[in-house]
Ligand binder design. Structure first.
Ligand SMILES: [Zn+2]
Length: 82
């Protein structure tokens, strides 16, 4: 499935995850923010990393759920987001 990053407008290919019987959620902005206003907003890996490394304040403001922050950090370190 193809989506566009809401920040840089680059194309994002969402991967179908067999074990989850659904598309990977890591590029869904509302998955991270849990903000209904961000429903159907997609963000590419490089914009996610840019936020994480270069705009920590914004990242912490947007990604409030501690469990999601732990998942995010794990994805950065295991290169799921790369
Ligand atoms: Zn982007």
């Amino acid at each position: 499935m193809e989506k566009k990053c809401f920040k840089c407008k680059k194309k994002i290919i969402l991967k179908y995850v067999l074990s989850k019987k659904g598309y990977s959620l890591k590029n869904n902005w509302d998955y991270w923010t849990e903000n209904p206003k961000h429903e159907n907003k997609f963000i590419c890996n490089s914009c996610l990393l840019d936020l994480y490394y270069n705009d920590k304040g914004k990242y912490l403001e947007e990604v409030k759920n501690n469990k999601k922050r732990r998942i995010f950090t794990a994805y950065v370190y295991n290169k799921t987001i790369s």
